[in-house]
Design a protein. Sequence first.
Length: 287
Amino acid sequence: MSRIAYVNGQYVRHADAAVHIEDRGYQFADGVYEVCEVWKNQIVDMPRHLDRLGRSLSELSIDWPMSRAAVEFVLRQVVRRNKVHNGIVYIQVTRGVSRRDHFFPPETVAPSIVVTARSSSPAAGQALAETGISVFSYPENRWPRVDIKSIALLPNCLAKQSAKEKGGKEAWYVDADGNVTEGGSTNAWIVTKEGVLVTRPAENGILRGITRAGILDLVAREGLVFEERAFSLEEAYDAREAFVTAATNIAMPVVRIDERVIGNGHPGSVATRLRELFHTATDLKVV
């Protein structure tokens, strides 16, 4: 079956999908995006994702490309047309197509929108979670507004590629104070030796992850001891557990940071339990 994409008002074959060479996303990375998990024919936490999309657009003074209700309709349609039962749906909005100029284009230029979807294997993700992953630290080198989900992800690509070349699955950014900020495409968490779950506040320096928010709802529901504060790389090395969260991997246990084994070197009980329960604490929209 050919994959289908939505591009500026049309559903087209994925192989034929294209945007103009002077789209500002291509020229300036002048746009934002969201990735929603699709789980058992349901889009996970779509309202929160669209809330964050709206915030990102507002922070960059980009208009919605269509009404929010229309965006919801397109997301569902792209998932249906691609027959994605488990996987992701991706939405990208840019400032539109205009002559290359650092100044914003006239208000008559409409934003561009692209939506794609693809399937993934829950079994493959679960198999990885049963062994855990390695992460490698990387000096924080991004612009300060990482709270905006911008498509300008070159620093993230460099960090993740560096981790991959060392045998890891993720990079953890470390700021000038020696504190972990977040992963290249995930939020970072630890469980201290005292059993306290810790993640950095999302006020600044990290993206306010939607999966992170779902995990926090679950933490409150389950009555886990939790602290929202900065933690150092050294504290992470000494943790009982570590894990990362994102729409693409839910809660993924971390068993090694740099060359340090975390805990007993196996996925921890807190991360494993949160992963098991995650979808019981999320907003599920049937496709």
